[in-house]
Design a protein around this ligand. Structure first.
Ligand SMILES: NC(=O)c1ccc[n+]([C@@H]2O[C@H](COP(=O)([O-])OP(=O)(O)OC[C@H]3O[C@@H](n4cnc5c(N)ncnc54)[C@H](OP(=O)(O)O)[C@@H]3O)[C@@H](O)[C@H]2O)c1
Length: 350
């Protein structure tokens, strides 16, 4: 989800009404700030007065996209040395959202390897920099996924509803969940250096770009449908709550280890697709599994075809109030804007 030209998604600021006062001398290093989740997170942190070190493969492009950071550094995590590593030293927090997207166009086994390796190398590089730092950061928050819990071992759910996973649930046995176990293990190595470490296990992020407008565009063209069998859950979260949970991890020292970033209202694929169709006033005719599988690599497709229910137990226990707890509320906010978006073009003549 690397669509660039989105600036400050409307309404994100509402998440942090009770935010602490700005902290002018505190610095946060962010890798992946240029992405779907990173951009609104960047603007929230900037608004709070943090000094921000941006770690990017393309610092010049990051500067254009995210003006006003303290520094823009070339992020080469495979190399131990570099100015980016110095930015980790003494930072209040290091936030890691970088890596090849699970929702990039399907690109075969090489694409899958790139997704795994890019995230693993980035986490390992950052933790090595923490080990080398004179003053390790106080906090490390890294992006993981509900893919950690597994995709029902590759079996389509049928009949009995699958068990709901929460942060206490063990990881799955399929290849993707093993990848996430490895990634989280690499990130949590930071705990050895006294760094409070949080892994954010995110479901499908609903926003005005990314997967939702692509699906909405198909529904609008009468090409939308349920992914069979339809009763498989689709763990989702509104972008604004995703940002809210990263800020919770930053603000609340009780948050450590895994933190599920999913909405509290479980929805099946059928309910998800029907809610979009209702919103766009379109019927659902064709099953959409073929398109989903052709469109996205591995996890991106599996979230739709073999997803499982994931509860945000920890966030709720800590008192986090979801701004978009219901799917209808999230779609009402997003699809209105999506309809105006170039990412969801109307069919010619419509
Ligand atoms: N979006 C979702 O629905 C979703 C769902 C589950 C989990 N997540 C997790 O949340 C994190 C943030 O999600 P997002 O949607 O904001 O990510 P994103 O937009 O796809 O990518 C974030 C950033 O990663 C860097 N990047 C892209 N391709 C890369 C590659 N091949 N190698 C190394 N770096 C690369 C880019 O930063 P630079 O160009 O500046 O280096 C990009 O802006 C991801 O790591 C993902 O694991 C997201």
């Amino acid at each position: 989800m690397n669509g660039r030209p989105l600036a400050r998604p409307a309404g994100v600021r509402n998440v942090v009404k009770d935010m602490p006062p700005p902290s002018p001398n505190r610095r946060i290093a962010i890798a992946g700030a240029t992405g779907l989740v990173g951009r609104p997170l960047f603007f929230q942190l900037q608004r709070r007065g943090f000094r921000l070190s941006i770690l990017s493969r393309d610092p010049a492009a990051a500067r254009l996209l995210l003006p006003g950071a303290a520094e823009y550094l070339s992020f080469r995590p495979a190399a131990r040395e570099g100015r980016w590593a110095a930015a980790v030293d003494g930072a209040e927090a290091v936030l890691m959202l970088a890596g090849a997207s699970s929702f990039a166009r399907r690109s075969g086994p090489d694409g899958r390897r790139e997704i795994r390796e890019s995230r693993l190398v980035a986490n390992r590089g950052l933790v090595t920099a923490m080990a080398d730092a004179r003053v390790p950061p106080r906090l490390f928050v890294t992006a993981s996924s509900v893919g950690y819990y597994g995709f029902l071992d590759g079996l389509r759910p049928s009949g009995a509803p699958p068990p709901v996973a929460d942060e206490r649930t063990l990881g799955g046995n399929d290849e993707i969940s093993r990848d996430y176990r490895q990634l989280e293990g690499a990130a949590r190595a930071a705990e050895r250096y006294g760094v409070r470490t949080v892994v954010v296990r995110t479901g499908l992020v609903l926003a005005t770009e990314g997967a939702l407008p692509e699906i909405a565009a198909r529904v609008r063209r009468f090409l939308g449908g349920i992914v069979p069998p339809g009763d498989q859950p689709l763990p989702w979260i509104h972008l604004e709550d995703e940002i809210g949970l990263w800020l919770l991890a930053l603000d609340d020292p009780r948050v450590r280890g895994p933190l599920n970033a999913t909405a509290p209202e479980p929805r099946t694929n059928r309910e998800f697709m029907q809610a979009i169709a209702r919103r766009l006033r379109r019927p659902l005719w064709l099953p959409m599994d073929g398109w989903i599988v052709r469109r996205w690599t591995g996890e991106g497709a599996l979230l739709f075809s073999h997803g499982r229910s994931v509860a945000p137990r920890k966030a709720l226990a800590l008192g986090y109030r979801f701004r978009y707890p219901t799917l209808d509320g999230a779609l009402r906010a997003l699809l209105r804007r999506t309809e105006l978006s170039a990412l969801a073009p109307r069919p010619a003549g419509a």
